[in-house]
Design a protein around this ligand. Sequence first.
Ligand code: SF4
Ligand code: SF4
Length: 135
Amino acid sequence: MPIAISEKTIKREFIEKIASLSGQDINRCFQCGTCGGACPMSGEMDAMPRRIIRMAQLGLEEAVSETRTCWICASCHSCTVNCPRGIDLARVMEAIRLLTLRKNENMVEPSKMPAETVKEMPQIAMVSCFRKLTS
Ligand code: SF4
Ligand code: SF4
């Protein structure tokens, strides 16, 4: 679906925060799509990594936050090692996650997790889940 772009939708602060948190120059991306092709999680994503980068370049914070892509990202770095422009996309995804979590928005609520799930989930998986998905 096309995204309306205007001065209201462009969040320049969002562009700057992604750059400072990730240490990456996302403007180097030339939209080749190699990252999506290399991503083992792309089948589960509602927007390909290439699209996330494009929206981030344009400062479309709301459009980025409406996708689940950064939460599906497994931080495997496959995109990073394959990007012909040397962009560490895994760090960009992490920066996008941090910007959401810093607003005190949790992606999972530990207190609302079913007791059966908590009982069966390996502790290391639970710790990883809370690290990645809670503020
Ligand atoms: S592989 Fe790199 S240059 Fe190509 S779309 Fe992904 S981030 Fe952009
Ligand atoms: S780091 Fe994330 S976006 Fe990159 S290939 Fe792995 S799962 Fe996909």
